[in-house]
Design a binder for this molecule. Structure first.
Ligand SMILES: O=C[C@H](O)COP(=O)(O)O
Length: 269
């Protein structure tokens, strides 16, 4: 079973602007990124602006007929109701979001996101025909046995109640807390081991066809120095970037580096 109308292939490379960029700054970024990527095919690129810049992003990308994809960094789990300050999945869908990020470590640390609330949000995003970019990852460097147990538990909690047809529309982003905003990314050997584990767990739960349809992104201190090497890893379908993509040339450079990796050319099942 595979997903319908998936708008992206491999490599899938994106950034969350986190709590950065006014509408004017968003526009300046998008104009430059569009300029840099206009003759570049082969990668799918996405941006996750703050809520306040989503409409301007949608307008710019639509008017310039851009292939750049976009989505939001958060959502509420209910479709409507008395939840002051929150934004629902139908509202995001209406303004053209394709993705919604769920369960980032910063949401967990500062806004009490849990596996359970993340699971509710994942269901809301899929119910409204968008793809959740589901972050997961251990908090501390541990032995492999502890890391594996943590990831197995977290993945099963996050995907609770998700049928295979829905699961084929998710994206996973492995982002260990200790590598986010850090001096160094996780080592290629560690990323390879974790991504192989995630693919195996997805295969156990959903079967090989669905498991292979789910992009596995790596995030955490990706930069110009490590992007090509990380992109080469067989189970890495793309990159999820913070600081190194806060400027459009940073993101465009990472796209070019990832495309130079020999395994980058195929599309996700
Ligand atoms: O969303 C992106 C991640 O939090 C990674 O951030 P970073 O690349 O600044 O470490």
């Amino acid at each position: 079973m595979t997903s319908n109308n998936r708008p992206y292939g491999k490599p899938l490379i994106g950034t969350s602007w986190k709590m950065n960029k006014t509408n004017q700054e968003a526009l300046t970024y998008l104009q430059r990124l569009q300029e840099r990527l206009k003759d570049r095919s082969g990668a799918s690129v996405f941006i996750l602006p703050p809520f306040s810049a989503l409409s301007e992003t949608q307008r710019f990308l639509q008017e310039s007929d851009s292939p750049i994809l976009f989505g939001s960094q958060n959502v509420h789990w209910d479709d409507a109701g008395a939840f002051t300050g929150e934004v629902s999945a139908p509202m995001l869908k209406e303004i053209g979001c394709q993705f919604v990020e769920i369960n980032h470590q910063e949401r967990r640390r500062w806004f009490s996101e849990t596996n359970e609330t993340a699971n509710w949000k994942i269901h809301a995003v899929l119910r409204n025909n968008m793809s959740p970019i589901i972050c997961l990852g251990e908090e501390k460097r541990e032995t492999w046995d502890l890391t594996e147990a943590f990831l197995r538990y977290q993945l099963l909690q996050l995907l609770a109640g998700l049928e295979p047809a829905a699961a084929a529309n998710i994206i996973l982003a492995y982002e260990p807390l200790w590598a986010i905003g850090a001096a160094e990314a996780a080592s290629p050997a560690h990323v390879a081991q974790v991504h192989a584990l995630l693919r195996r767990l997805l295969t156990e739960k959903y079967g090989i066809t669905v498991a292979q349809a789910i992009p596995l992104l790596y995030g955490g201190s990706v930069n110009r120095q490590n992007a090509a090497e990380l992109s080469l890893l067989p189970e890495v379908d793309g990159l999820f970037v913070g600081r190194a993509a806060l400027e459009p040339d940073g993101l465009a450079d990472l796209v070019e580096l990832a495309l130079q990796a020999p395994s980058a050319a195929s599309s996700i099942a």
